[in-house]
Structures are given as structure tokens and as C-alpha cells.
Write a protein that binds this ligand. Sequence first.
Ligand SMILES: NC(=O)c1ccc[n+]([C@@H]2O[C@H](COP(=O)([O-])OP(=O)(O)OC[C@H]3O[C@@H](n4cnc5c(N)ncnc54)[C@H](OP(=O)(O)O)[C@@H]3O)[C@@H](O)[C@H]2O)c1
Length: 294
Amino acid sequence: MRQAGARQEDAGGRILVTGAGGFVGRTVAERLGPRAIPSSRSDLDICQERQVETAIGRWRPSAVINAAAWADVERCERDPAGARRINALGPERLARVCARHGLPLVHISTDYVFGATGRDLYRLDSPPEPVNIYGATKAEGERRVLEAWPQAVVARTAWVYGSSGRGFGLRAARHLVAGRVLFAIMDRFGHPTWVVDLADRLIELAGRGHSGIHHVVNRGPTSWYRFSLRLARRLGAPDHRIAGISASALPSRVAPRPRRVVLETPATEDSDLHLAPLRHWEAAQDAFVEALRR
Ligand SMILES: NC(=O)c1ccc[n+]([C@@H]2O[C@H](COP(=O)([O-])OP(=O)(O)OC[C@H]3O[C@@H](n4cnc5c(N)ncnc54)[C@H](OP(=O)(O)O)[C@@H]3O)[C@@H](O)[C@H]2O)c1
């Protein structure tokens, strides 16, 4: 996918992107272009504090964006100790090194830190209430990062889609373009978020002055079913190609998922810096379809 140049509202300088072999990290590195220092797990293991220290000393980034994680919910449920190591202890070590160097750190987290009660709206300061191991280890990671480096940013995102990597967007578009029926869950609600909007905001947050928790999602909660129906129409496919299913129809899933997580997305008013909430999911989906066509 061709992408326009990244916005330049961050502090400037080169940014170390950890976990850049993954879906989100790769897009962040692409959006940064020559300003990226992309590192995959084989270059830099965030759990190895000495390795992180050496890398920061060698590369001298102006900020760090941490996209390294175990984001596979089922894998986390099977191996809670492994999940905790990568999602909680590794980010803490990274945060400790950033604190020693006074480096801005943006740590990516997830809406899955919530969901147990399915309340109307989760605020920035709502206490975590995860329903699975992935969410619990990510919640612990948030806490450990902010304790180790209070100037860090924790950026919670959700339901990330795009035209590469795993996830719903590309798979859905391929199904529709190939004339196949797409099964989409009707009874789960959240914030589908275009990876490009997410990446650009993470880069902005890597500038100084944005510390603390942020919700980085496209606005307006919906279901994958409604997302898919709209996507089908945009791609010229008939509605009957979208088959709505219940999440309970997916027996291969062992880990529970939240039924509904709606995140508060206030404008950011840190010091004199202002960041408007990301656009509505429908506008982001239009941009995604536009990018697919290029
Ligand atoms: N995708 C979504 O829908 C979504 C939604 C909400 C939040 N998030 C958050 O977004 C972030 C990125 O997720 P993603 O979807 O891009 O996941 P991903 O595609 O699985 O990427 C994660 C990357 O982290 C790497 N990694 C694992 N352990 C590492 C370590 N110890 N040191 C360095 N790198 C390591 C992985 O490498 P290997 O593959 O080689 O292990 C992988 O390339 C995560 O924090 C996730 O919780 C994602």
C-alpha cells in the first residue's frame, strides 16, 4: 500500500521502534520513513535490559515507540508466564532504560485491559478489568511502565486493521473482492482502528509533553458485522456476502473476549499541546478503501 508522508508534529529526530517486525510496528516504521530505527525481536529483545541499554547508547534515538508484544490472545491464554514476560516485564525494563536516558517512550496497550462489566464508557482513569490473560498482562505492563517512567505514554488502541499483516481488514477485503462470503461477528462491540491513523498518532505522542494514558482509536464503536457491511458496499459487493455470526459460533476460541469496550476519547490538553480525537471509524474506513485502490 502506498502511504503519504508521515506527519512531522513530533519532537523530530530518529525514533526507535521496537517490535517493528509486527503489524503495528512495521506501519509505524513505514510512516516514519528515514526517521525510523526499526528493530525486530532478533535485533532487540525488550526483555533483555542490557541489550536495550546498549541499543539506546548505540542508536541514540530521540524517542522510543514500543510495539513489541504477544498480541495473540489464544497464545497468551496457553502460556501466561510467557505473556507476562513480554507484555508486562519486558516493557518495564524498556521503560527503566528510557527513564535513565530521559527518553520519551510510547508504549502501546489495548482496550482488552477492560471488558469484564461492559460498562457504558471506559475512561482514561477507569480501573482495568480484563477478561483474559492477554488483557491482564497488558494491564500489568501499563502499570509497570508508568511506575518505572512516569513521563511515558501508554497508548491504548483496539481492533487494529490495515492492508497488511494479520487482522480483519485485509482478510475481509480479499474475501469480498474474490466474491466469497465473509463471516463477521455481530455481538461484540469496539473501535475498529485503521493502523495508519494509529501509527501517525503514536508518532505525534512520541513528541514531548504527552505523558500518561491515551485512548488512540477511531471514534464511534461498532461491530465487525457493521464494519463489514459498510466495507462491502464501499467495495461494490452485495450485502448478502456478509454473514453475521455470534462470537459463540467460534469454538476454536478458548480465551474469553470482552463483549463491549467503548473508550472515552477526549481531546488531549497536555501543557500547550492539543491533539483532537482520531476521526470516526467510517471516515477512517473510507481512507482505508482509498488506500487499497491505489
Ligand atoms: N492488532 C490489534 O488489533 C491490536 C489491538 C489492540 C492493541 N494492540 C497492541 O498493539 C501492539 C502491537 O501489536 P501487533 O498487532 O502489531 O502484534 P504483532 O503483529 O504480533 O507484533 C508484535 C511484534 O513484537 C515482537 N516481539 C515479541 N516479543 C518480543 C521481544 N521480547 N522483544 C522484541 N520484540 C518482540 C514480535 O516478534 P515475533 O513475531 O518474532 O515474536 C512481533 O513482531 C501490541 O502492544 C498490542 O497489544 C494490537
